[in-house]
Design a binder for this molecule. Structure first.
Ligand SMILES: [Zn+2]
Length: 84
């Protein structure tokens, strides 16, 4: 199963400065959006797949659908960081 369907924003809300790259499927524009910004726009219980579906291209003339780009494979590792 995709991590986007497993993780909700509330799983990330202790890391408001973490950013995700949303890439437009149409024009390939990409934009970094922080968890803090996403939490202002979406409910905490929103799954990342729905965050993705609810985020359009930041170029208003394009307004295409976006996908969240995993920048590197250790994306989910920080969830384990900070443990003693
Ligand atoms: Zn676009």
């Amino acid at each position: 199963m995709s991590w986007k369907k497993e993780y909700q924003l509330l799983d990330l809300d202790n890391e408001p400065d973490r950013t995700f790259v949303f890439e437009c499927k149409k024009c390939r524009n990409s934009k970094r959006i922080s968890v803090g910004m996403l939490l202002k726009k979406f409910d905490k219980r929103t799954f990342m797949s729905d965050v993705e579906a609810g985020t359009k291209c930041h170029d208003k003339r394009c307004n295409g659908p976006t996908r969240i780009v995993r920048e590197n494979s250790d994306l989910l590792e920080p969830f384990q960081q900070g443990l003693p």
